[in-house]
Design a protein around this ligand. Structure first.
Ligand code: PM9
Length: 463
């Protein structure tokens, strides 16, 4: 068949490849052995046994030649590294915060923030939980309360801003427990566990007004705030002609402080920070970071890592970069939509989320259909994905009962600037192959369950 004439002009990524890393093809019998050895948990596979690694976009990004050049300019002084000051300047210029405390990664910042701000018995409302964020809130004695809009819990709902906060839910919590018991409202843009869904500018602006009336600070998880800014540019009235960088700065301006896993948006392999406009919080965090992470001018990072972050921030706010990044996720998601495979709609920013509850409809949630689907996908093609359902949700710390969220998902996460269109085609075709065999799929039982963040290390057997 002749190749059909295009009906539109193509565009491609704003970079070309300079160095490659070989990846290993495996056979199906090999992969069957590997997944049993890994206890049906894709986190426990060796990366050498993975063909296309869509486990996460965290720390898996390809750095640019400019970032690698910056690594050579690492100032590895124990105190006062020049790279720290470069990073601080970049965070202030692009995110708008006055003060910066570097940390080894996102959860380091969450740990310090939670310890400083949360008292036992407090409530922390948020637009859906994130695993590490909620755990640190709970370890500090707080209770997380989900105040995301209902649409976020429905994978098929096409709401353009499923990351929005429901002000009715938040107001009810304030009325019930009182503003004094709410140390801050925790918002994330985009919302990872809702399927990489954005929050609108109007929603965060209105949240700012509501919180100011009650004297409650806002802490933004800015891990994927640049992707959020891109969605605002594409979907929200009045932002079409603004640059992603400009939108990011306005978005962050409505939050008092931010925690950051710099391993995502900002194109690095390691790093994080806590940034704030609150001098008191800054001074406490700067003191606490020396206890848990490292001196306040490196926070557990090498100088070279801070330089890579500073340069990564500048690259990541580029409009063409964001268009290519999210365009690739859309490309993968659109294939699956065209083949009528149930995924979270609209397609998210960093990943395509398979609706495992719909795909493996015959497997009850107590037998972890998303965990089973991620394992089956690996067996089919060597594509590694991540469970984001009941296993990730863990147990209620008070009752010990398992939490069964409405969203039972498998995440196909695209690292930035790493895989080609052909890789995404292979991944999509593998999802189709597994989908077509779905009636033969079997559930799993958990045979080992660690106490914290069980999804990382839990082991399973097939039922
Ligand atoms: N996210 C992810 O794959 C890393 C492994 S799963 C815990 O999506 C948000 C929104 C994240 C996030 C990590 C962290 C923690 C905070 N907020 O992994 O500690 O997506 O740098 O960041 C992962 P660190």
């Amino acid at each position: 068949m002749p190749y059909p004439k295009p009906t539109r002009r193509s565009w491609a990524e704003p970079w070309k490849v300079k160095m490659v890393e070989p990846i290993r093809m495996t056979t199906r019998p090999q992969r069957e052995r590997c997944i049993v050895e890994a206890g049906y948990n894709t986190f426990l596979l060796r990366s050498e046994d993975v063909y296309i690694d869509l486990l996460t976009d965290s720390g898996t990004n390809a750095m640019s030649d400019n970032q690698w050049a910056g690594m050579m300019l690492g100032d590895e002084a124990y105190a006062g590294s020049r790279n720290f000051y470069h990073l601080w300047e970049a965070v202030t210029e692009y995110y708008g915060y006055k003060y910066l405390v570097p940390t080894h990664q996102g959860r380091g910042a969450e740990h310090i923030l939670s310890k400083i701000m949360i008292k036992p018995g407090d409530f922390v409302p948020g637009n859906r939980y994130f695993t590490t964020t909620r755990l640190h809130q709970e370890l500090a004695g707080g209770t997380f309360v989900d105040v995301i809009i209902d649409e976020a819990h429905d994978p098929a709902n096409e709401h353009p801003f499923k990351g929005n906060v429901d002000f009715g839910k938040l107001q009810r919590l304030i009325d019930e427990v009182g503003a004094k018991k709410i140390p801050y409202v925790s918002v994330a843009g985009t919302v990872n566990m809702a399927g990489g869904q954005p929050q609108s500018m109007a929603n965060l602006r209105a949240l700012r007004e509501l919180c100011s009336r009650h004297g409650i600070p806002i802490v933004l998880d800015a891990t994927r705030a640049i992707e959020n800014a891109y969605f605002i540019q594409q979907r929200e009235e009045g932002y079409r002609n603004k640059k992603v960088a400009e939108i990011l700065k306005e978005y962050c301006s409505y939050a008092d402080s931010s925690t950051m896993s710099a391993k995502k948006d900002t194109l690095t392999n390691i790093g994080g920070w806590l940034a704030t406009n609150d001098q008191g919080l800054f001074e406490e965090a700067r003191n606490m970071v020396v206890v848990y992470e490292g001196l306040h001018t490196y926070g557990g990072l090498a100088g070279r890592d801070m330089e890579a972050m500073a340069r990564g921030i500048v690259e990541s706010v580029d409009d063409d970069h964001m268009r290519a990044r999210i365009g690739q996720v859309e490309y993968l998601g659109q294939h699956l939509i065209d083949w009528a495979i149930p995924i979270v709609r609209p397609i998210g920013g960093h990943a395509v989320f398979l609706d495992a509850r719909a795909i493996y409809a015959h497997i009850p949630q107590s037998q972890y259909p998303a965990q089973a689907l991620a394992a089956d996908l690996y067996i089919d093609s060597g594509v590694r994905s991540m469970e984001r359902g009941a296993v990730s949700a863990g147990r209620d710390p008070k009752t010990g009962e398992e939490r069964f969220p409405k969203l039972e998902l498998v995440r196909l996460t695209l690292p930035r600037r790493v895989y080609t269109q052909a890789h995404t085609d292979v991944a999509a075709e593998s999802v189709l192959a597994v989908y077509e065999q779905r009636e033969q799929a079997r559930g799993l039982k958990m045979v080992y369950e660690p106490k914290y963040l069980r999804f990382f290390q839990a082991r399973f057997e097939q039922i």
